[in-house]
Design a protein around this ligand. Structure first.
Ligand SMILES: [Zn+2]
Length: 91
């Protein structure tokens, strides 16, 4: 598991060209499809491709990972089961 935190104000970032959503971007990059939220202890299925950063890390890059809409609003740090896919640097 990876400890993450949400990044505020990322709804202005539209999905990369050729993808209908950030969730689709994550699915294509990982070749996986998740049906439930990655947050530890959460099993909601209204997923979005959330913009997150690693918590307690010198790595300040932005990543995409599947979270439910509710967990996408969390302001604390929490663990996720799913992989983090780097946001393309050309945005
Ligand atoms: Zn959740």
């Amino acid at each position: 598991m990876t400890k993450i935190k949400n990044i505020n104000g990322t709804s202005r970032f539209s999905a990369p060209k050729g993808y209908s959503s950030w969730l689709e971007y994550w699915e294509k990059q990982t070749k996986k499809k998740q049906s439930i939220c990655g947050a530890s202890g959460c099993s909601s299925n209204d997923l979005v491709g959330a913009h997150v950063q690693k918590a307690n890390s010198t790595d300040k890059n932005y990543y995409i990972t599947p979270l439910c809409r509710s967990c996408n609003q969390r302001t604390d740090e929490f663990d996720t089961h799913w992989e983090l896919v780097p946001v393309p640097s050309n945005l």
